[in-house]
Design a protein around this ligand. Structure first.
Ligand SMILES: Nc1ncnc2c1ncn2[C@@H]1O[C@H](COP(=O)(O)OP(=O)(O)O)[C@@H](O)[C@H]1O
Ligand SMILES: [Mg+2]
Length: 368
């Protein structure tokens, strides 16, 4: 096992634009770090540079205490698991798993021990004599994992390994992967575009966009205290609602004016608004921070919305509702009867709201 450090890592394919633009990241020994971001933000390129499959344009990569910039992939002591399982079709599962160890001229008895151990951990012992074409997608992914495990590498690299599985199998395999990491504690870097996968798997989540790290933190840190509007909108499902407006204090009490309505703010948000470089700000409210107001005399900040569509989810429901100016927002609340095309008053957990500067990467004024 080992720590992996990326230092001012840069990649340009065309010599003009940097698709990875100065990444600094240290993955601690035994840590499971997930790089997450939209398609094209440079996740796979970063991972492939760690693996040695892609040349580095600038910066350094250290695995353990060794700089590996010029070390060939096979000598980096890493194992990579891809979305396409890349199994050898003419070999049995056993041979697929043993292949890398045979190349390293390991004694057969050691190879056998490792393959049997890994197969047992992954619950695929009964499949060892089969060829890949006689396996389901989930079983193939397990064999690909087994092939990585038998190597006992310093670090696992995963590039969207669950993308080819259906939703149910993906959730199940995700939990198994987490269990596997809890057992093996091998340093892991995992790439996905799926924020839910990132949140559920990562001991730390690194949100990327445009070749940059936007924020790195525990799943709950990036969820509760996003650095900027991009992170706030990317992490969390359904996504955060953003309402443009401004903060005023008509009667000495701070309110947010936007969406054709007003919402009472707390002191912290009022102070945050004063740090904005312009008067215009963006209020960020997560769908799960609304609840139907039953008691009209409640003094919690509230907002009246026109209910348009209700999607039952079982214990919860999603409510698509309109602000007075017609802007749509999405609320997720406890399931309960609600009239369609009628107004309803919702309490807002204002302590969980955020104010951002008004741009795609506008900084979070309420956490700074
Ligand atoms: N081999 C390549 N040659 C040229 N451009 C590439 C190559 N691989 C990736 N890119 C470009 O680099 C950017 C980052 O790609 P990638 O790292 O694959 O993103 P992600 O994995 O986050 O979706 C994209 O704009 C992509 O088109
Ligand atoms: Mg990719």
């Amino acid at each position: 096992m080992a720590q992996v450090s990326l230092n001012q890592l840069v990649k340009s394919y065309d010599g003009k634009t940097n698709v990875v633009d100065g990444i600094d990241l240290t993955v601690g020994d035994g840590e499971f770090v997930v790089l997450v971001g939209p398609s094209g933000c440079g996740k796979s390129t970063t991972l492939r540079m760690v693996a040695g499959l892609e040349d580095i344009t600038g910066g350094t990569i250290t695995i353990g205490d060794r700089e590996v910039n010029n070390v060939p992939p096979k000598d980096r002591d890493i194992a990579m698991v891809f979305q396409s399982y890349a199994l050898y079709p003419h070999m049995t599962v056993y041979k697929n798993m043993a292949f890398g160890l045979k190349l390293r001229k390991m004694p057969n008895s050691v190879i056998d021990q490792r393959v049997q151990d890994a197969a047992s951990k992954l619950g695929i012992t009964h499949l060892l004599d089969r060829k890949p074409k006689a396996l389901s997608g989930g079983q193939r992914q397990r064999v690909a994992l087994g092939r990585a495990i038998v190597r006992d590498p310093a670090c696992f690299l995963f590039d969207e390994p669950l993308s080819n599985l259906d939703a149910k199998l993906r959730a199940q395999t995700r939990a198994e992967l987490k269990q596997l990491h809890q057992d093996l504690k091998t340093t892991s870097i995992y790439v996905t575009h799926d924020q839910e996968e990132a949140m559920t798997l990562g001991s730390r989540v690194v949100v990327m966009s445009g070749g940059h790290i936007q924020q790195a933190g525990t799943p709950l840190e990036v969820y509760a205290s996003p650095n900027n509007r991009f992170v706030a909108g990317f992490i969390g499902m359904p996504p955060m609602n953003f309402i443009d407006g401004q903060v005023t204090s008509p009667d000495g009490q701070p309110v947010f004016e936007g969406g054709g309505t007003q919402l009472a703010l707390n002191k912290q948000l009022a102070t945050a608004a004063q740090q904005a470089s312009t008067k215009r700000v963006v209020l960020g409210l997560r769908p799960e921070h609304f609840s139907l107001q039953r008691d009209a005399s409640s003094d919690a900040p509230s907002i009246e919305l026109q209910v348009r569509v209700v999607e039952p989810l079982g214990a919860m429901m999603d409510v698509y509702a309109e602000l007075p100016d017609g802007q749509r927002i999405l609320l997720r609340t406890e399931a309960q009867p609600l009239g369609i095309d009628r107004p309803a008053t919702f309490s807002v957990a204002i302590d969980k709201a955020h104010l951002f500067e008004q741009s795609e990467y506008g900084k979070n004024l309420s956490t700074s």
